[in-house]
Write a protein that binds this ligand. Structure first.
Ligand SMILES: [Zn+2]
Length: 400
């Protein structure tokens, strides 16, 4: 048991790795919530504890898990101790992890989480849903982040909060990117600022809506369903647009990064506007768009992101393109070849990407990663997703 303190509630709770598990009636989904993958983000853990106390086993269809992330870092209220636990979920790490001894703190945490994850996927039945609860250092509207696969887009469109796509192109090794590569619905939910009370209430609301939308709870069984829905509508200022990350200001060796005060996620910024200072230089916004997740804490290597709204027309267009697997068409272009058709990996000559905008690849369901000096690899999020598992569910068939 680990004692975790919440500034917002000025109270402590004791939690284990398993915050809660409810196995209800058979033939339901399996929903797995993670809280506190970052140890200074306690809101998810507190919210999960509250929700598990409110639900009765007889109400549940399927199985629900609440899992705490970085226990040692949660105990000391730090983002991480040795390494960021949300940047280590890479295939090469995982293959070594099993047999590794002499683990640092986060490798120990990851080893346990990885075992639990494999156990759940082996023992439980689908459809599977994975939801990772986070908070941010700046003020923010609550929002969802997803890897851009249609199963994720469709499930997240049910919630009355904005959705941000494409963060995966900028980050290596988040837990959800790993789970998404396995093909399952996986959503990140950022509920608010670390120590705001609303970060907990937004999380409780989001957890209940997730359970209802995934079919683990009947809407009629949840007394406050409409209140939960309204909490998120109001907290997100009625914004339920889809945005795309277009820029990340990455912090490399610099230790002297400082955001100008009071920027909130989703706040409009102008091209050339001063956003931060770094090594005594002024950092300006490269776009007129919205600032996203500005960093107001010491740990973390992303200074800020810039996001832009995606027009609904392009969202629909890309859905059609992906449904008809029109991506085979791009391989007819010079400089683009399949590297692994089964896994949906394209190899693209960088000369091509000079005149073919990244947005085109996004339409076709590709996100870029890994570059050498001449080529880029593009990974298709559709070809790896387990659509069969979800395609007959109400939310998948629904026209958004
Ligand atoms: Zn986090």
């Amino acid at each position: 048991m680990v004692e975790i303190y919440s500034k917002a509630l000025n109270t402590s709770i004791l939690v284990d790795r398993l915050i809660g598990k409810i196995k209800g009636k058979p033939n339901g989904p399996t929903i797995v919530f993670f809280g506190g993958i970052h140890g200074n983000e306690t809101a998810g853990v507190f919210a999960l504890k509250e929700v598990f106390e409110k639900i009765k086993e007889t109400q549940v269809q399927g199985t629900i898990y609440g899992i705490s992330g970085n226990l040692k870092a949660l105990k000391t209220n730090q983002r991480f101790i040795d390494k960021d636990l949300n940047r280590v979920w890479l295939k090469e790490n995982l293959s070594q992890l099993e047999n590794k001894t002499n683990l640092n703190n986060e490798e120990g945490e990851q080893q346990e989480l990885y075992r639990i994850l494999k156990h759940i996927l082996k023992e439980e039945e689908g459809p599977f849903y994975f939801i990772d609860l986070h908070t941010t250092s700046s003020k923010t509207l609550p929002f969802i982040t997803i890897n851009d696969a249609l199963i994720n887009r469709k499930f997240s469109s049910l919630f009355p909060v904005p959705v941000v796509l494409g963060i995966e192109e900028y980050l290596d090794g988040p837990l959800l990117s790993y789970i998404n590569q396995l093909g399952y619905v996986s959503l990140g939910f950022e509920s608010g600022q670390h120590d705001d009370l609303s970060a907990i209430t937004n999380n409780v609301a989001f957890i209940f809506l997730s359970l209802i939308y995934a079919g683990a709870l009947e809407q009629g069984e949840v007394q406050n369903f409409h209140d939960y829905y309204d909490i998120l509508v109001n907290a997100s200022d009625k914004d339920k647009e889809v945005y795309e990350v277009v820029y990340l200001h990455r912090l490399l060796k610099t230790k002297n990064f400082k955001m100008k005060p009071n920027f909130k996620s989703f706040q409009n910024v102008k091209k050339g506007e001063q956003l931060a200072t770094e090594e005594n230089k002024t950092i300006e916004s490269p776009y007129s768009a919205k600032i996203f997740m500005p960093l107001y804490q010491k740990k973390g290597s992303e200074g800020f992101f810039i996001i832009k709204k995606i027009h609904p027309f392009f969202l629909s267009l890309s859905e059609v393109i992906r449904k008809w697997k029109m991506d085979t068409l791009i391989t007819m272009l010079p400089g683009i070849t399949w590297m692994d058709k089964q896994r949906g990996v394209l190899r693209v000559n960088l000369k091509v990407t000079k005149y073919l905008a990244k947005q085109i690849f996004h339409l076709f369901g590709y996100r870029n990663k890994q570059k050498n000096t001449t080529h880029m690899l593009l990974f298709n999020r559709e070809r790896t997703s387990k659509k069969e598992m979800y395609k007959n569910l109400k939310w998948y068939k629904r026209v958004s």
